[in-house]
Design a protein around this ligand. Structure first.
Ligand SMILES: Cc1cc2nc3c(=O)[nH]c(=O)nc-3n(C[C@H](O)[C@H](O)[C@H](O)COP(=O)(O)OP(=O)(O)OC[C@H]3O[C@@H](n4cnc5c(N)ncnc54)[C@H](O)[C@@H]3O)c2cc1C
Length: 162
């Protein structure tokens, strides 16, 4: 059975590991839009933003693990459609057949609408490694930070900034 997992985040990494542990030895492919292997997001607004943790500790499994497990991890590839009749996923790189398909697509932060400035330079969101790599250099002494959204991630970003 050919299993395809779309979305290469924490859920995908856990699911792929569990499938192998439970004896699925057939083709297993994980497709992810981000250019990096599945990584932990929680440190992004904590130790990683503070500069106390590198990418090497953020990634959940090293490249050798994916190879050893014979899991085809395809990064930087965005799935744009599912052809359920043909049982294929369609991505920006072509088509891939599946017998079973799992969607582990995560979430995206809500941005402020462009009409109130959500698109302006200096306005960031925090979800991905790329988001935090863009934000961190802007967090400098003598600059002002406004956090919009007082949930855990906003409070953690404020604490790191302070
Ligand atoms: C800054 C931050 C701090 C957090 N802190 C905590 C914490 O302290 N404790 C806690 O329990 N949780 C925390 N969380 C939440 C936790 O990280 C998420 O619950 C977890 O990452 C969800 O994993 P996931 O695999 O479901 O989704 P994600 O990690 O979002 O992975 C989904 C992946 O799918 C990809 N994808 C989406 N659509 C497509 C497509 N069409 N084609 C290809 N790929 C696609 C995305 O690019 C993404 O890489 C935090 C999250 C963030 C952002």
């Amino acid at each position: 059975m050919r299993i395809v997992i779309v979305g290469a985040g924490q859920a995908a990494a856990s699911m792929a590991a569990r499938l192998r542990a439970q004896g699925h030895d057939g083709p297993l492919t994980v497709l992810g839009a981000e250019p990096v292997a599945p990584y932990q997001r929680p440190p992004l607004s904590k130790a990683y933003l503070l500069g106390q943790m590198g990418l090497d500790r953020l990634v959940l499994r090293g490249p050798e693990w994916w190879q050893d497990q014979e899991i085809d991890l395809r990064l930087g590839e965005t799935v744009t459609a599912i052809d359920r009749t043909a049982r294929e996923v369609v991505s920006d790189r072509g088509r891939l057949a599946y017998d079973a398909l799992a969607l582990t697509l995560g979430a995206v932060p809500r941005r402020l609408p462009a009409s109130v400035g959500g698109h302006l330079p200096g306005v960031h969101v925090i979800r991905t490694l790329a988001d935090v790599d863009a934000l961190a250099p802007a967090m400098q002494p003598d600059r002002r930070l406004i956090v919009i959204g007082g949930g855990y991630i906003g409070l953690e970003a404020a604490a790191v900034a302070r």
